[in-house]
Ligand binder design. Sequence first.
Ligand SMILES: Nc1ncnc2c1ncn2[C@@H]1O[C@H](COP(=O)(O)OP(=O)(O)O)[C@@H](O)[C@H]1O
Ligand SMILES: [Mg+2]
Length: 248
Amino acid sequence: MTSADTCIEFDDVVAGYGEFMILNNLSFKAARGKITLLLGPNGAGKSTVLKTLFGLLRPRQGCITLNGQNVVGVGARSLLLEHGLAFVPQGRNLFGQLTAYENLELGGITLGIKTARERIPEVLELFPRVKERLHSAASSLSGGEQKQLEVGRALLLRPKVILIDEPSIGLSPMVVQDVFKLLRRLADAGTTVLMVEQNVKSALKASDDAIALESGRLVLHKPADELLRDPHIERLFLGGAHAAPAPA
Ligand SMILES: Nc1ncnc2c1ncn2[C@@H]1O[C@H](COP(=O)(O)OP(=O)(O)O)[C@@H](O)[C@H]1O
Ligand SMILES: [Mg+2]
């Protein structure tokens, strides 16, 4: 990857919680307009990578750049508004008692309510199911509709880079495919996606590149299709890269 193709770069990043370091001299690059899948066993530090990139954790050491600009110390608000970085965290992150529409309005609040309202229809075009439930309480939407609403809320800001953490949790396989297809369309239109997923095979099919962490270190960086052909893929990511060989 040449530096012109690089969107996200971690260079020797050390970050963690209090005294406890989770990312240990982590370096990787993610290409612009591609879907990079971030894999690794539970506790490897995948969510910590996204949180650190989004400015929620400040690295103890190292450099993080977005399109060549250093973003260490830049807060989430300015990452969002000036660098076009959006984050869809793991789990449910909606205001359940507010309607789907109100959740979208709140998502766009930093744009000003007028602009937010103007953009809502374009986002809803992508999510016809959410459009049908627009004036229902968000908590009454299905899990898949809620995740779509969360992605839609992030898209209101027309992000250039989307960080998405385990979008498939709680969703049916068909809805998961819809989410992946949407990410594919966004990437094909130039958006950079960094996705954490445990649903390894179907996520690999939807991705361009895969990187894997173990104990906060990079242990693999390969094209997704190459990894998909690896017969040891399950063992690699479910048991950790150094798991004992499977019985013959
Ligand atoms: N807010 C936090 N405070 C302290 N430790 C945390 C916090 N969040 C995560 N951790 C710890 O950091 C490690 C990595 O967590 P995480 O990045 O969430 O892993 P992953 O997403 O790969 O499962 C885990 O050991 C976890 O317990
Ligand atoms: Mg996680």
